[in-house]
Design a protein around this ligand. Sequence first.
Ligand code: HGY
Ligand code: MN
Ligand code: MN
Length: 422
Amino acid sequence: MPDNHSGVDGAQVLADLSALRAIGAYKTGVHKPTFSEPHIRSLQWLAQRLPEAGLTAEIDGIGNVLGTSDKPGPKLLAGSHLESQNYAGWLDGPLGVVYALEAARVINSDRNAHGMIEVAAWCDEEGHFGSFLGSRSYVGGVTDAEIDAARDRSSGKSMRDALREAGLAGRARVACERGRHLGYLEAHIEQGERLEGSGLKIGVVTSIVGIWQYRIAFTGEQNHAGTTRMAVRRDAGLALARFCVDIDDRFPAHCGPRTVWTTGRITLDPGAPSIIPGAAEMLFQIRDDDAEVIARLEDLLRSMAADISARGRCTVAVERIRTGAPALMDASIQTAVEAASAAFAGGKSIRMPSGAGHDAQVLATVMPSGMLFVPSIGGISHHWTENTADADIVTGAEVFVDACRRLLKGHSVFERSGRRFA
Ligand code: HGY
Ligand code: MN
Ligand code: MN
């Protein structure tokens, strides 16, 4: 294959993405939460396509789709996820899965290639049931007890029931074979406006943030909204609202340069206009690529909560429900992605951190891992208007496949990097 040709069939990549977009379509996006019917159909869609890339497909006991080859020689693992946030975008996840499928189709059928691409779609990256349950299961980080306890954050359905309804109950979970892969490469939409804003086409990811999530519960006293004097109220909703503002006032003095924090969900109980809420709950997240910064902010959060409880009107309980280690992306993979960008994206690439969490940060605990980003229009994501220009999608696929080739060809690069994962 001539050097200036990646072998990518851009029309096929776009057609595959459109086929996945049609499964669980919602306005111009999709609604396919983990183990929903459209999510299961998306897993099956991928499993049916993997043999055309010379791979044997299986859907394992936690809903990961794995495409593997028994051919000898170096193997690079590539993939992303297929479920979506609720009523969200069509590319968050599927872009990386389709790129991995295309890389496997192109490279696994090329006699001159220096190895094989194996493909994965990790289950529940979007955290409907937990934290990176699919990719963490693959690296050996999920116990049966964690699955027993896992519940859908929207419906409350147990993961065991969801697995059974998906026909996956009792099925073995596939664990990674240490040393099988020379590394893992994931493509993803940027979900931010940096690439578009600077007219660049490829983000070479340097690090991925850690995400720490909290359930913060406020307890006051439910009472009548008309007859309860303002001076004696113990309004849990008001205490929560004040707490959110206090966080915004006090965190900046203690955070890092790229720290972000979000209150993504607030519930008031009983949530009626004529009743003072006796209970309130917020789901709160802190993200940073330095775990010490997150730990420092958690200490501040807990001391702020203790101060409110000490005043005696409402009590506040802070429960940490999710932690995730930040991860550095492998330098050799960054170099390969940058070289591929020079070859297929006119060198319009930039090294940048990821403010979003990704399965690559989990795979990075067991093998050299890297990511590349393509531009998001308007920087929008986790919303059904999320989109990327077709031309950028195709360019990204060409860079991705070329980077895969380079990594397979130069897999000895990993030997030199001295990183061993036994
Ligand atoms: O929330 C995240 O960072 C990822 O998109 N699930
Ligand atoms: Mn994603
Ligand atoms: Mn996402």
